[in-house]
Design a protein around this ligand. Structure first.
Ligand SMILES: Cc1cc2nc3c(=O)[nH]c(=O)nc-3n(C[C@H](O)[C@H](O)[C@H](O)COP(=O)(O)OP(=O)(O)OC[C@H]3O[C@@H](n4cnc5c(N)ncnc54)[C@H](O)[C@@H]3O)c2cc1C
Length: 161
């Protein structure tokens, strides 16, 4: 690496680091971005499908113009193509033992009544949190994995087969 002095060192080339690097340069300062991985993007990661018919998002996939207006304006600024969420056809659920379950979009997989109630309640809790993200105490959720959060609420685990 060349010997050069930078005004700012940004650690991490996820969306935050890349936006920071962009802002720093716009403000007239020099910067270097250090990334531990061999790619940029962090928790966003689009991987080509093996059959060559498009990409699958391993990380972030969805955005909207209602409660993600900053991200949405960046999408427009950089001319990034958005694909509308498909709301027809089947969804595929991958179980922890590797089996797959197909079910029509808008319905729940054919689990037991208790399992469906758990899934729907967790889904609704996450939805409610996402639309009230500025509410007091929500920041604590950043320190929890989804599993830790749902275990803390007493959610049942599916029995291993
Ligand atoms: C499975 C999944 C699905 C998601 N779906 C959505 C979605 O649909 N819509 C949405 O809006 N958000 C979604 N998110 C959240 C979204 O991906 C993140 O909020 C966002 O990408 C975080 O960006 P960031 O730059 O803050 O952090 P990160 O993306 O985590 O970037 C941090 C970067 O810093 C690097 N780094 C860390 N430590 C060091 C170090 N010491 N030295 C060098 N580099 C370092 C990391 O390798 C990484 O590249 C999803 C996240 C996941 C995991």
């Amino acid at each position: 690496m060349e010997n050069k002095i930078y005004d700012v060192i940004v650690v991490g080339a996820g969306l935050s680091g890349l936006q920071a690097a962009h802002d720093i340069q716009q403000a007239g300062f020099s910067c270097i971005v250090l990334e531990a991985r061999d790619r940029v993007g962090g928790k966003t990661w689009s991987v080509p499908l093996a059959n060559g018919n498009g990409f699958v998002d391993i990380g972030a996939a969805w955005t909207n113009d209602t409660n993600q207006t900053h991200m949405y304006s960046l999408v427009q600024k950089f001319g990034i193509e958005l694909v509308q969420q498909n709301t027809e056809g089947d969804c595929v659920f991958l179980d922890e033992d590797g089996t797959t379950h197909k079910f029509p979009y808008g319905t729940s997989p054919k689990f037991t009544t208790e399992e469906v109630e758990d899934l729907e309640r967790i889904r609704d809790e996450i939805h409610d949190l996402s639309v009230t993200y500025k509410a007091k105490g929500v920041a604590n959720y950043d320190r929890l994995s989804l599993e830790q959060s749902s275990s803390a609420k007493g959610d049942r685990r599916r029995p291993s087969k």
